[in-house]
Design a protein. Structure first.
Length: 229
């Protein structure tokens, strides 16, 4: 009888843990979707709200997107770089996309636990996209940066901000120790560094870090976006 109660307890604990994981991922997915939509609204100079987001999602499911929602993201080359003030913790920086890996994730300022649950984090001590130097982004190996397991030299990476789109090409990948913070050092040329834990499939706290280094190869500024309803 006692053994049966132990089995029931373990089953209950397992279900609670599974429920927590499911809801945590669902919450992160919703946050990503809402922030991406809000970012697009901001680029168009339009207000963002939960109600507006839910209406836009319903229109998408019902095939009733407006012309503004269907429009792409027109841009022109050569934005003028400008040095900006450090962003506030957890504020939205933009988004990072690696088309070949189908990775498209919003970026927030900071690498605290709350930020990395909901987004890719911009490491505060490094440059911001569009500024000279080394832009460093971090995320968990089992969530947003899991696709980096298959990244390759020559892959295109785009970082989109309110100022413009910054295009990078992967030049190298390496595995380092957690104390090797030199990978975050400033660089003489515009560089993007992606950092996550390694090995990707390791059970428990991963002992190493996987680092992707990419060089900036192009830039683009936003053209005015349609303000249709």
């Amino acid at each position: 009888m006692k053994r049966r109660w132990v089995e029931y307890f373990l089953l209950f604990a397992g279900l609670v843990a599974l429920d927590y994981v499911v809801w945590t991922h669902a919450g992160a997915d919703f946050a990503q979707a809402f922030e991406s939509w809000s970012f697009e609204q901001d680029l168009r100079g339009r207000p963002a709200s939960i109600r507006g987001f839910l209406r836009a999602e319903w229109n998408l499911l019902a095939g009733k997107q407006t012309d503004a929602e269907k429009a792409g993201k027109p841009w022109q080359s050569n934005p003028s770089p400008s040095k900006r003030s450090p962003s506030k913790p957890q504020s939205v920086i933009g988004r990072v996309e690696i088309p070949r890996l189908k990775l498209n994730v919003m970026i927030r300022e900071g690498v605290d636990a709350g930020t990395l649950r909901a987004a890719v984090g911009h490491i505060p001590s490094t440059s911001l996209p569009g500024d000279p130097g080394n832009v460093a982004l971090a995320a968990h190996r089992d969530t947003y940066f899991l696709p980096l397991e298959h990244i390759a030299n020559g892959d295109l990476i785009e970082v989109e901000t309110r100022v413009g789109i910054y295009q990078y090409v992967v030049e190298s990948m390496q595995v380092v120790k957690p104390r090797d913070v030199w990978v975050l050092n400033a660089s003489n040329h515009p560089t993007l560094t992606l950092v996550t834990c390694f090995p990707f499939r390791y059970v428990g706290a991963a002992p190493q870090r996987f680092v992707v280094r990419a060089a900036q190869v192009g830039t683009a500024t936003k053209s005015p976006m349609p303000s249709g309803s």
